[in-house]
Design a protein around this ligand. Structure first.
Ligand SMILES: Cc1ncc(COP(=O)(O)O)c(C=O)c1O
Length: 391
């Protein structure tokens, strides 16, 4: 059989970190080991019933058996605008300031395809969600890491970016509540972001995947709540985390008109939007009571308290995360993030994500998911204790 050479664009793609991670887990499980998987970001609970029912009913409507409108149904864009007004007091024009995406992972790759040329620079949070890298690499552009350090509350320090780098930069990726560090951003940080983006002509892409998951009574701020944000960028909001809809593949981008227009243009060539019944169920999720989202947030907060409290009791160096569903744990002693993760897996069957997989500034940490029941987390704590005691 012939073997065909992939295009340069495909050859430029980085190794998919999560795919590699999952392979490691599978290999270990295939050997018959009992493993607790705390390494991935897949919500563990089902989609709330009223959303599933909405999909079931809508699936019977012949309207949805035809091709949907290219840019999605107007009712969904209107629901997105109503959601943003209700949750964040942000005004959006559904027609020009909302784009429907088949999951934010896809939208994030498309945005690089929309705006980057070879030689351009994309400013990248480090550590950060690895899927931002894919589109940048595919376009032959370069990534300039913005280190997220504990002493700077895991926010980038814009003053340390050189004038030369600013000049070459076209895009900046941000993500608060943050995966993997669990940090949240405040208004002052977004104000500074808007000033810098405006001054240097950089388009900001704020990934608000964990927007619904903020702890200690603090609701995470939307980038678009800050005046001027729409002039310099967009926010990406996924249904995956807030409504446990990761398998449904639906998200949206909101904000700057020229970015929305370009995204919709590229999507005209890739897709014909998403199954209409799913769009109706997504609108139900956004418009119905948000009690399920409150319950979810509280569940993650209780899990955080349990895990962080337990790890502190065991003398691990860990801070409570302020949002997202990840705990960012400092690796003990002379371990690297990978050697610590490997040892946890080998010795006590605990699977966590090594920080190095999120960028070089993730070294020294591992990421632990709160997307596991309290029972599982208690079992994890017992295993951390066994590990500490040298088993
Ligand atoms: C920060 C961040 N952005 C985006 C995504 C992807 O979300 P989606 O399911 O919408 O593709 C994830 C998923 O883990 C994430 O952690």
């Amino acid at each position: 059989m012939k073997s065909y050479t992939p295009s340069n664009a495909v050859q430029q793609l980085p190794e998919q970190f999560f795919a590699k991670l999952v392979n490691k887990l599978r290999t270990h499980q295939d050997k018959g080991h009992d493993v607790l998987n705390l390494g991935q970001g897949n919500p563990d609970q089902p989609t709330p019933d009223h959303i599933v029912k909405s999909l079931q009913e809508a699936a019977e409507k012949p309207l949805y058996h035809k091709y949907p409108p290219f840019h999605g149904f107007e009712f969904l864009k209107e629901a997105v605008a109503t959601f943003y007004k209700r949750e964040y007091d942000v005004d959006l024009d559904p027609e020009t300031e909302v784009a429907i995406l088949p999951g934010s992972k896809t939208g994030l790759v498309e945005l690089s395809q929309c705006f980057l040329n070879p030689g351009d620079v994309a400013l990248m949070p480090d550590p950060g969600y690895p899927d931002y890298w894919s589109g940048v690499a595919m376009m032959g552009a370069t990534m300039e890491p913005m280190p997220l350090k504990r002493e700077h509350d895991f926010l980038p320090d814009y003053d340390s970016i050189s004038q030369k780098t600013w000049e070459k930069s076209k895009l900046m990726f941000l993500n608060y509540p943050n995966n993997p560090t669990g940090a949240v951003a405040d208004r002052a940080f977004f104000e500074k972001t808007i000033q810098e983006a405006d001054r240097h002509d950089v388009c900001v892409i704020h990934d608000f995947a964990y927007g619904a998951i903020g702890f200690d009574g603090v609701k995470p701020i939307s980038f678009l709540q800050v005046p001027g944000a729409k002039d310099v960028g967009v926010e990406i909001y996924t249904m995956s985390k807030s409504y446990n809809m990761a398998g449904w593949r639906i998200a949206f981008a909101v904000g700057n008109r020229s970015v929305i227009e370009t995204l919709e243009k590229i999507q005209d060539h890739y897709f014909c939007s998403i199954f209409g019944a799913e769009q109706e169920a997504a609108a139900t999720a956004l418009l119905a009571s948000q009690e399920c989202v409150d319950d979810l947030r509280q569940t993650y907060e209780s899990r955080r308290d349990l895990l962080v409290g337990g790890l502190k009791d065991l003398q691990y160096e860990v801070q409570p995360c302020h949002g997202s569903f990840f705990v960012w744990l400092k690796v003990p002693g002379s371990y690297t993030s990978e050697s610590f993760a490997d040892d946890l897996l080998e010795k006590v069957g605990l699977f966590v994500a090594p920080g190095i997989g999120f960028g070089s500034h993730g070294e020294g940490y591992v990421r632990i998911g709160l997307n596991n029941s309290e029972e599982t987390l208690k079992d994890a704590l017992r295993r951390f204790e066994d590990f500490k005691n040298g088993s």
